[in-house]
Design a protein around this ligand. Structure first.
Ligand code: ADP
Length: 400
């Protein structure tokens, strides 16, 4: 099949379309780059926008392997290894990708253009691949401004909200104020809302920092069971206060006390990130488990990963909600959750933090019976742990 050849001009070369053909008019004038490749990655057609963005001539690249000039980097300018380069993988395997953000490296000027790339395979494995890229320079700048605005606004609003919360606490304290029962009811409601607002600003600030990559993990070698136990044991008073049972070292109610699973496993993680993650997961387990229920936390080795679970016997999550709970602002809407406060940002933040440390998070749940949140993080061997401890200590020692 030849591209854009008409019956009138059957000998027009591939890649050079007929004037006035609607397809050519569209492709010649759109701002998005379009490259059509064969299944081996060789160029069959390239439109003018693509040649401009890539800084090349159409004549020079028709028939050429696209990997010779279609070079990409991550948005923050890092070269991509084979596994990370989804574009090359999609082209070679004939797999679709949709709006994947990358930096296009323009051949001549070594200019970098941030683009959103899509690959559409046509006619299966041995068919063509249509690669399109859209310049997102303006979009990124606008997103940056938006992030900056949300971040500044959240930061500025936290201070007055903390002050309102503080004064409401004083008004509610019998040692500092005298109020009647009706006023106490109103002030309690105002206090709860002020706390909610404070949490919302705190979470929004975290989201903006994580979204624009400002919150980078400071990784260090850590014995994971000890760390997670130390963090989660601190929640014992809160768990106990909510009339819940707590057990560390157990994967869930079926295992019981007889088979404790905790073991010594090492990871390379950010301790503060871990604190936020465990804080959020246990906080949710407490929030969404009615009195009399149980919370189980455990850490174990799982091949090359460290697997942490936070399990509860609470209200559970429906099958419809389960795929969405890690999205920004998503909250399950049912009679149980409606009365429980929350921002819908916690799990999104947790997911971002886990992913920033190279890990994965997911949940399993039976509606009405309870939920388990799993966090899987890269594991290191005890030898690697020792080595990293020595090099970390010598860096810290040298910095003194
Ligand atoms: P929220 O501030 O609403 O708790 P999260 O992002 O932490 O926000 O959680 C998103 C939603 O996931 C919650 O609104 C709730 O519906 C559901 N969820 C999270 N953890 C649990 C849990 N342990 N048990 C039941 N539902 C949960």
């Amino acid at each position: 099949m030849s591209l854009f050849k008409s019956k009138n001009q059957p000998n027009a070369p591939v890649g050079y379309a007929q004037q006035n053909s609607p397809a050519e008019l569209a492709l010649a004038n759109i701002h998005d780059g379009v490259v059509i490749l064969d299944y081996t990655g060789r160029v069959r057609y390239i439109n003018p926008a693509a040649t401009r963005m890539l800084g090349i001539n159409a004549n020079d690249v028709i028939g050429l392997d696209s990997s010779l000039f279609l070079r990409v980097e991550s948005l923050d300018g890092h070269p991509l290894s084979g596994n990370e380069n989804l574009l090359v993988q999609a082209i070679l395997a004939g797999r679709a990708i949709d709006n994947y953000r990358l930096c296009l490296v323009s051949g001549t000027a070594q200019k970098r253009i941030p683009v959103s790339i899509s690959v559409v395979p046509v006619n299966g494995q041995n068919g063509s691949r249509i690669v399109t890229f859209r310049d997102i320079t303006k979009e990124l700048a606008e997103e940056g401004e938006q992030t900056e605005f949300v971040s500044t606004a959240s930061h500025e609003m936290r201070t007055p909200v903390a002050s309102i919360e503080g004064y409401l606490s004083l008004a509610l304290n019998p040692q500092t104020a005298t109020i009647d029962q009706r006023a106490r009811g109103y002030l309690n409601a105002a206090h709860a809302s002020a706390k909610h607002l404070g949490q919302l600003f705190h979470d929004l600030l975290d989201v903006t920092k994580l979204d624009d990559g400002h919150l980078r993990p400071k990784l260090q070698p850590v014995e994971m069971t000890g760390l997670v136990k130390q963090i989660s044991d601190q929640y014992y008073p809160q768990i106990n206060g909510a009339s819940l049972k707590y057990q560390f070292g157990s994967a869930g109610p079926d295992i019981g006390t007889a088979r404790r699973l905790d073991q010594v496993v090492y990871g390379y993680v950010d301790v503060n990130f871990m604190r936020e993650i465990i804080d959020n997961l246990i906080g949710n387990a407490v929030k969404y488990t009615p009195a009399g229920g149980s919370i189980y936390v455990n850490v174990r080795g799982d091949g090359n990963n460290v697997l942490i679970n936070v399990t509860d016997t609470g209200i559970g999550i429906s099958n419809e909600d389960l795929p969405h709970i890690f999205q920004k602002f998503y909250r399950s809407d049912n009679s149980d959750t409606r009365t429980i406060g929350g921002t819908g940002l916690g799990l999104y933040i947790v997911k971002k933090r886990v992913e920033a440390m190279g890990g994965r998070i997911w949940a399993e749940s039976a509606f009405g019976e309870g939920s388990t949140f799993y966090v899987s993080l890269p594991r290191i061997s005890s030898e690697e742990y020792e080595k990293l401890m020595i090099s970390n200590n010598s860096i810290q020692g040298g910095a003194r």
